[in-house]
Write a protein that binds this ligand. Sequence first.
Ligand code: KG4
Ligand code: ZN
Length: 345
Amino acid sequence: MKILGIESSCDETAAAIVEDGANILSNVVVSQIDIHSEYGGVIPEIAARSHIEAIQPVINKAFKDANLAIDDIDAIAVTHTPGLVGSLLVGTLAARTLAVVHNKPFYPTHHLKSHIYANWLSGYQPEFPLLAAVISGGHTQIIYMERHDHFEIIGTTRDDAIGECFDKVAKILGLPYPGGPSVANVAKNGNPDKYHLPIPHVDGLDFSFSGIKTAVLRAVQKELNLPITTPSHELKDHLSAEQIADFAASFQKTAVDILLKKLQTATETRKVKSILLAGGVSANQALRDELQKRFAKDYQVFYPAPQFSTDNGAMVASAAYYSIQAGDPYSDPYQLDISPRSTIY
Ligand code: KG4
Ligand code: ZN
């Protein structure tokens, strides 16, 4: 079964054709990073306009790269929640139009579920039951899955998402957007034990990441002997490259530790065979290494190939394939609605 997957929930316009949930026939991603980096974050209005420009060429290229025509595909899948409203509208409208005009089965997918299915794209078949850490710019969740298409949120952030925290710390340190890769990059040269950042206590399997961002801010102010009233954007000019690297490394180590400690607790409440990382932050090498170190002897551990960690259309097609296999019905493209927020998979 060949599925066209379309993704436009944030700042990547993407389309891919995937066979049977894992065999990637094409994968096209146009990122808007260069456009938004000037502003230090995603500007929703600009993102929507950029998607409008990119969506048709991206879909055309996905067909061209796969050497296929629309008649060759069996279904169309698209991200319809969660994400930026204007961005979601562009991808869903393109997908609905194609489905109606070419009379194709239509399948809306949940963005975070798609991130989890990025793990199936590298030829792996993670065994159930499993825990998936969904760690992106907008979400931080621990999901328990007993089987395909069963998703139970057992832990979530009470404030910032982990990716958002990387992005905010990058801003304090004067590193370019998106913050995650920038922090990871300079952290390679830093001492992760240089600055002690407190780990917040949160009951159960929930997270809090806003405190650690503030802890970095206070630690930088203290290091520079500046008052706590000093605005965060004024700090970067006073930091040396060595201090930036040490702060980045210390923050990254703490963020990874917070996440993996909760995953450890989750394994004590649910008996699982596999542990998966999913979402943009799963690209973080320090996190991948530490996950291996702490969990690989007792569990099968998985993370997507780097190009499938961040937003892409292949994961959308894969998620749709496994949902269809699990018996989920197709949707009416005339009836589809988008939703910026969604906690239900
Ligand atoms: O999944 P994603 O592409 O978009 C959302 O659904 O949000 O995730 C983007 C997030 C951003 O916060 C970005 O800074 C973070 O993923 N990210 C990383 C890395 N690569 C991307 N965070 C830490 N380390 C990385 N290497
Ligand atoms: Zn995403």
